[in-house]
Design a protein around this ligand. Structure first.
Ligand SMILES: [Zn+2]
Length: 149
Protein backbone atom coordinates (compact mmCIF):
# COMPACT_ATOMS: atom_id res chain seq x y z
CA UNK A 1 0.00 0.00 0.00
CA UNK A 2 2.73 2.44 1.01
CA UNK A 3 4.92 1.32 -1.91
CA UNK A 4 2.00 1.70 -4.33
CA UNK A 5 1.41 5.23 -3.02
CA UNK A 6 5.07 6.14 -3.42
CA UNK A 7 5.21 4.65 -6.93
CA UNK A 8 2.06 6.47 -8.00
CA UNK A 9 3.37 9.72 -6.50
CA UNK A 10 6.61 9.26 -8.43
CA UNK A 11 4.63 8.60 -11.60
CA UNK A 12 2.70 11.82 -11.10
CA UNK A 13 5.78 13.94 -10.61
CA UNK A 14 7.97 12.21 -13.19
CA UNK A 15 11.64 11.83 -12.38
CA UNK A 16 11.42 13.89 -9.19
CA UNK A 17 11.59 11.95 -5.94
CA UNK A 18 8.72 12.02 -3.49
CA UNK A 19 10.91 14.02 -1.11
CA UNK A 20 10.97 16.87 -3.64
CA UNK A 21 7.19 17.03 -3.90
CA UNK A 22 6.94 20.40 -2.15
CA UNK A 23 9.60 21.82 -4.48
CA UNK A 24 7.78 20.40 -7.48
CA UNK A 25 4.44 21.79 -6.29
CA UNK A 26 5.99 25.22 -5.79
CA UNK A 27 7.57 25.08 -9.27
CA UNK A 28 4.29 23.95 -10.82
CA UNK A 29 2.43 26.78 -9.09
CA UNK A 30 4.96 29.36 -10.30
CA UNK A 31 4.86 28.12 -13.91
CA UNK A 32 1.07 27.72 -13.94
CA UNK A 33 0.16 30.56 -11.62
CA UNK A 34 -2.79 31.94 -13.60
CA UNK A 35 -4.48 28.57 -14.20
CA UNK A 36 -3.90 27.49 -10.61
CA UNK A 37 -5.24 30.73 -9.16
CA UNK A 38 -8.35 30.58 -11.37
CA UNK A 39 -8.95 26.91 -10.55
CA UNK A 40 -8.59 27.59 -6.82
CA UNK A 41 -10.97 30.59 -7.05
CA UNK A 42 -13.57 28.43 -8.85
CA UNK A 43 -13.23 25.72 -6.21
CA UNK A 44 -13.59 28.23 -3.35
CA UNK A 45 -16.70 29.70 -4.96
CA UNK A 46 -18.23 26.27 -5.59
CA UNK A 47 -17.34 24.94 -2.10
CA UNK A 48 -17.70 27.80 0.39
CA UNK A 49 -18.28 25.52 3.40
CA UNK A 50 -15.33 23.26 2.59
CA UNK A 51 -13.20 26.33 1.92
CA UNK A 52 -14.11 27.75 5.33
CA UNK A 53 -13.05 24.46 6.97
CA UNK A 54 -9.78 24.40 5.02
CA UNK A 55 -9.03 28.01 5.96
CA UNK A 56 -9.80 27.38 9.64
CA UNK A 57 -7.62 24.26 9.68
CA UNK A 58 -4.78 26.10 7.93
CA UNK A 59 -4.91 29.08 10.34
CA UNK A 60 -4.95 26.72 13.33
CA UNK A 61 -1.96 24.78 11.96
CA UNK A 62 0.10 27.95 11.42
CA UNK A 63 -0.81 29.33 14.85
CA UNK A 64 0.04 26.01 16.51
CA UNK A 65 3.39 25.82 14.71
CA UNK A 66 4.40 29.39 15.61
CA UNK A 67 3.25 29.17 19.23
CA UNK A 68 5.06 25.84 19.67
CA UNK A 69 8.27 27.48 18.52
CA UNK A 70 8.07 30.06 21.31
CA UNK A 71 6.53 27.67 23.88
CA UNK A 72 7.02 23.96 23.07
CA UNK A 73 4.48 22.97 25.73
CA UNK A 74 1.94 25.53 24.48
CA UNK A 75 1.59 27.24 27.83
CA UNK A 76 1.36 30.86 28.93
CA UNK A 77 4.78 32.14 30.07
CA UNK A 78 3.21 33.76 33.16
CA UNK A 79 0.44 31.51 34.46
CA UNK A 80 0.81 28.21 32.58
CA UNK A 81 -2.64 28.38 30.95
CA UNK A 82 -2.68 25.99 27.99
CA UNK A 83 -5.85 26.44 25.93
CA UNK A 84 -4.66 27.23 22.40
CA UNK A 85 -7.77 29.32 21.73
CA UNK A 86 -6.65 31.93 24.29
CA UNK A 87 -2.90 31.88 23.71
CA UNK A 88 -1.27 34.72 21.80
CA UNK A 89 2.09 36.08 20.78
CA UNK A 90 3.37 38.78 23.12
CA UNK A 91 6.07 41.29 22.34
CA UNK A 92 8.34 40.95 25.41
CA UNK A 93 9.27 44.64 25.40
CA UNK A 94 5.88 45.95 24.31
CA UNK A 95 5.22 47.85 21.10
CA UNK A 96 3.19 45.06 19.48
CA UNK A 97 0.48 47.32 18.12
CA UNK A 98 3.05 49.67 16.62
CA UNK A 99 4.86 46.78 14.93
CA UNK A 100 1.65 45.23 13.58
CA UNK A 101 0.63 48.61 12.16
CA UNK A 102 4.04 49.02 10.50
CA UNK A 103 3.89 45.50 9.05
CA UNK A 104 0.17 45.84 8.27
CA UNK A 105 -0.29 42.33 9.63
CA UNK A 106 -2.66 40.94 12.22
CA UNK A 107 -3.69 37.47 13.35
CA UNK A 108 -2.50 34.57 11.23
CA UNK A 109 -0.82 36.98 8.82
CA UNK A 110 1.45 38.08 11.68
CA UNK A 111 2.15 34.43 12.58
CA UNK A 112 3.14 33.81 8.96
CA UNK A 113 5.44 36.83 9.11
CA UNK A 114 7.14 35.39 12.21
CA UNK A 115 7.59 32.02 10.49
CA UNK A 116 8.90 33.61 7.28
CA UNK A 117 11.42 35.64 9.32
CA UNK A 118 12.70 32.51 11.08
CA UNK A 119 11.10 33.23 14.45
CA UNK A 120 12.88 36.38 15.63
CA UNK A 121 13.59 36.75 19.34
CA UNK A 122 11.71 39.15 21.58
CA UNK A 123 8.42 37.28 21.60
CA UNK A 124 6.74 35.01 24.14
CA UNK A 125 3.43 33.24 24.56
CA UNK A 126 0.87 34.72 26.91
CA UNK A 127 -2.80 33.96 27.48
CA UNK A 128 -5.22 36.82 26.86
CA UNK A 129 -5.70 37.42 30.60
CA UNK A 130 -1.97 37.82 31.13
CA UNK A 131 -1.77 40.02 28.00
CA UNK A 132 -4.35 42.41 29.44
CA UNK A 133 -2.74 42.32 32.90
CA UNK A 134 0.70 43.01 31.40
CA UNK A 135 -0.66 45.87 29.33
CA UNK A 136 -2.41 47.31 32.38
CA UNK A 137 0.69 46.99 34.57
CA UNK A 138 2.96 48.44 31.89
CA UNK A 139 0.43 51.13 31.03
CA UNK A 140 0.78 50.17 27.36
CA UNK A 141 -2.59 51.71 26.63
CA UNK A 142 -1.23 55.11 27.61
CA UNK A 143 -2.76 57.41 30.17
CA UNK A 144 -6.47 57.07 30.77
CA UNK A 145 -8.53 59.98 29.41
CA UNK A 146 -9.52 62.50 32.06
CA UNK A 147 -13.12 62.61 33.07
CA UNK A 148 -15.03 65.65 31.82
CA UNK A 149 -17.23 67.21 34.53
ZN1 LIG B 1 -1.50 33.55 31.43
Amino acid sequence: MVIETIVSAQAVIGSKSVRNRATYDKHYYETHRKQTTERMARWRKANPEKNKLVQTKCRKKIKDEVLRHYSPNLTCARCGFSDLRALTIDHCNGGGNRQREQLKRRGVSFYMWLRRNKYPSGYQILCMNCQFIKKSEGNEYGPLPRRQN
